[in-house]
Design a protein around this ligand. Sequence first.
Ligand SMILES: NC(=O)c1ccc[n+]([C@@H]2O[C@H](COP(=O)([O-])OP(=O)(O)OC[C@H]3O[C@@H](n4cnc5c(N)ncnc54)[C@H](O)[C@@H]3O)[C@@H](O)[C@H]2O)c1
Length: 361
Amino acid sequence: MIAWVNKVVALTSILLCFCDKDQVMVILLTGGAGYIGSHTARQLSGQGFQVIIYDNFSSGHREAVKEFPIVAGDIADADMVRATITRYRIQAVIHFAADSLVAASVTNPARYFQNNVCKGLILFNQLVDQNVRYIILSSSAAVYGEPSVVPINEEHPLKPANPYGDTKCMLEKILQRYHEAYGLKYASLRYFNAAGAYPGGDIGEDHEPETHLIPTVLKAALGQIEKVSVFGRDYPTRDGTAVRDYVHVKDLAEAHVLALNALRHGMPSTAYNLGSEEGFSVLEVLRTATKITGKSIKYEVGPRRAGDPAVLVASSTKIKRELGWHPEHKTLAEIIGTAWKWHLSHPHGYKVPSSGDSEIE
Ligand SMILES: NC(=O)c1ccc[n+]([C@@H]2O[C@H](COP(=O)([O-])OP(=O)(O)OC[C@H]3O[C@@H](n4cnc5c(N)ncnc54)[C@H](O)[C@@H]3O)[C@@H](O)[C@H]2O)c1
């Protein structure tokens, strides 16, 4: 029943966005030129929101968001954030901007606390000062650390196992306190493993370095890397390799739209897990990718990585029940299929290949 009511509310707000120019909500996407941000920008704009991208391009791509107004800036630049909020009359922020490599956060925690927490705080202070009332935070399954129960729901204790997870936990806590003190309403969305690409294949994942499994496997299928490293084959899982929950990036994007609409229609500030609720092992990903690409993909088994849990699978019951979120691209084959389409049409990502780069047939 609640899900049905939320769907009606969401539909009504979409109609309002389209019907009345004054009602068009303007959303600032920090880190909007990144992987998840660029997909969310599309999803929001397709539903009548006006999107402004704010990015320092440390890992983002202009080509991913060329149809939107772009402000090139750092979230720590309080003057530029303030000017952007005023100029575009920003009403809500979706905060993607962050560094997000777990291993790098272990060797260089200073960078992670600085970019994610200190700079995040500067941004939040501007939102409060400028009376922006809503924020959606990109949080992560990393806030849970090694899970004591799987599937993991939002009640699971927050015990991050690395500095990256610490930063997401801290941002969530800051938002909770800012909400209590200043009325800034928030939803923290804890993503599990974002994967896949927009079904048209014109935007997708392009990280440098690439540390995520699916794009790495597809790079091996394209012959761009020799083999895939499999970290550990002695986990207590069905084939000994680590099991993860892959959620399609377009479904993630849609969850931001639902959360935003719910916040403006009175939903209390809260946190939601976003996963497909199904786990796949590294070897299952390799097998599915082999089938979809028709290429043989070499891999090499090495030791486990420190701090890598055996199984991370979400319970997303809360967001399904409260906001009516239902992932459309649920199967691993669909997720890898859309990613493959993107990789085939953009073998060098957003980079235009130089004459020295080899092309894929
Ligand atoms: N990709 C995943 O599977 C995953 C999982 C859990 C959480 N997350 C979180 O989701 C968010 C988006 O992830 P992504 O995979 O799209 O990452 P991404 O690296 O593709 O995007 C991050 C964007 O933020 C920008 N940025 C970084 N620091 C900035 C700063 N100080 N000022 C302005 N812009 C800045 C980058 O240029 C980039 O465009 C991140 O917060 C990440 O921690 C991602």
